[in-house]
Design a protein around this ligand. Sequence first.
Ligand SMILES: *[C@@H]1O[C@H](CO)[C@@H](O)[C@H](O)[C@H]1NC(C)=O
Ligand SMILES: *[C@@H]1O[C@H](CO)[C@@H](O)[C@H](O)[C@H]1NC(C)=O
Ligand SMILES: *[C@@H]1O[C@H](CO)[C@@H](O)[C@H](O)[C@H]1NC(C)=O
Ligand SMILES: [Fe+2]
Length: 621
Amino acid sequence: MEESLRGLHALMIVCLVCSSRLSYVWAHGDGLVDQPLSKIGVHNIVVELDDSVSVNAYPPILGLEGQDTEWVTVNIEHPNPDKNDWVGVFSPAKFDGSTCWPSGDPKKQSPYVCTAPIKYKFATDSNSGYTKTGKSCLKFQLINQRADFAFALFSGGIWNPKLVAISNKISFSNPKAPLYPRLAQGKSWDEMTVTWTSGYNIDEAVPFVEWARDGEPSKQSPAGTLTFDKNSMCGGPARSVGWRDPGFIHTSFLKDLWPNTVYTYRVAHRLCNNEIVWGKNYTFKSSPFPGEDSLQRVIIFGDMGKAERDGSNEYSNYQPGSLNTTDQLIKDLRNYDIVFHIGDITYSNGYLSQWDQFTAQVEPIAATVPYMIASGNHERDWPNSGSFYDGEDSGGECGVPAETMFFVPAENRAKFWYKTDYGMFRFCIADSEHDWREGTEQYKFIEECLSTVDRRKQPWLIFSAHRPLGYSSNQWYGEEGSFEEPMGRESLQNLWQKYRVDIAFYGHVHNYERTCPVYQSKCVNEEKHHYRGALGATIHIVVGGAGAHLSPFSKVIPRWSIYRDYDWGFVKLTAFNHSSLLLEYKKSSDGKVYDAFTITRDYRDILACVKDGCPATTSAS
Ligand SMILES: *[C@@H]1O[C@H](CO)[C@@H](O)[C@H](O)[C@H]1NC(C)=O
Ligand SMILES: *[C@@H]1O[C@H](CO)[C@@H](O)[C@H](O)[C@H]1NC(C)=O
Ligand SMILES: *[C@@H]1O[C@H](CO)[C@@H](O)[C@H](O)[C@H]1NC(C)=O
Ligand SMILES: [Fe+2]
């Protein structure tokens, strides 16, 4: 009786999960959006270890030559194979119930497993003969994630798994190694920040960065250390099966940089015995002086997420475009200077191991150019946690990993809005997961950011937020009739107009769309490709197609919509000088340009009157 009641209860939970997933899919209209790790019924796992089944993994020690990623071979032998058998990669390797949180109820038996694997594959993967022979050889690419690994074979599929065998443990030779450095602009133009992850807390080793200009003696700069624990998660998988220790996150501030200068750097930890554990060597070019006239190139995209190159987690079913975008950007690394990833960073959704996978995926980019992020629903949203939206899209993370893993020059990193200058550009990055409407703290910040830039020196004024606060003819906004995130532009369009914002960028909607210079839903300029003189209003661009499943457009094409593309891609902005700007939209599949426009103008064109944005004049003299 009790048993069947429990079954019923489980069924009800499953149904609730199904229906909330359905509504999620419906609301976003973009097909498969589940975090693949959430499909695993971790709490349903039962243990039926079987001595006739074997799982062996090798090599036993990884990274003997200092690598931070390595391929591992896993051999399986199962006398009763089934096509639903699968292998989960667990890290730490000890993943039994002893790691579970006490339930507080002595009558309740604690579950056998309460942590999700960091990745998984079906035993039939690349071994179609498995169901006949019971033998399979799987290859996994592992990254160094501060703990050892074990491979567990399950039968019964991923929702009702039966644990039948566990492999030997394997480990990186130094699991604590400092890894995945990511650069970000500091609070002033001559400061670069380096953030990285390690297994060393401050009582074990002192973190620092060694850096130098070409041919000069090197300097050392101290780093601060942060971490967070399960109690700072707000709920969901982040506080239960998705939790994984994030290690220690260090940030160093490299100051007094010369403009446009190449520096080499490496991160490091000095152990108590004075031995130093070094990271790899990297180089970056420091930022230009604000207003400086030089070639400046910016990459912008949203919603990239991550994918597993070894085919784990059903390969790219979650963010199909992610690896293509990453690879195009790695290939083109010499041809841009700074990156903005405007929200929906990893789609970890409460499965914390995925933050390491993401920082490993973007490492070649983020360790070389500043990688500036914005906050999206998948970083921040959680009910009753202060986010503007009450959804559960962060899987319980409520912003904490994003605010810790990546540095942004915000006054308060929990309020994810900031300004940053890059030569002739001023960027005002808003946080659409907190209220932006007139009268709010954020609105004040936006006005301050837009109004404090000297446009003769920094003519290119860019606004950005994760959700389309301006214009989008995405299907669900079309059905709503708003053609924007509801309440998006109502109070902000006055600011964009008054301060002559050139371009506003958004993600969230997974496609590309460019508008005319538009104000109050009307084009103020009929030109489509070569804007000359006063722009008249802001051009709004949705560039949320860097990785996640694509979002269909509405059938109606509003007059302000100039170019729409249902494909994966990203934007490159090039400022040649104070009077010439080029925007290019490239597809992630081939890196070629599919949409472009230029703006050519003088300073007086910025000062000139625009609709509802004319400064008062007097005839007194
Ligand atoms: C990194 O740079 C330092 C300082 O120039 C040098 O001593 C070291 O050998 C380099 N390490 C590697 C792995 O190239
Ligand atoms: C600005 O750059 C454009 C594009 O390279 C060039 O045609 C133009 O002559 C430059 N203008 C000035 C003032 O240097
Ligand atoms: C990724 O790029 C390859 C090579 O251009 C292409 O064949 C493939 O379709 C792309 N994948 C996606 C999801 O766009
Ligand atoms: Fe989003």
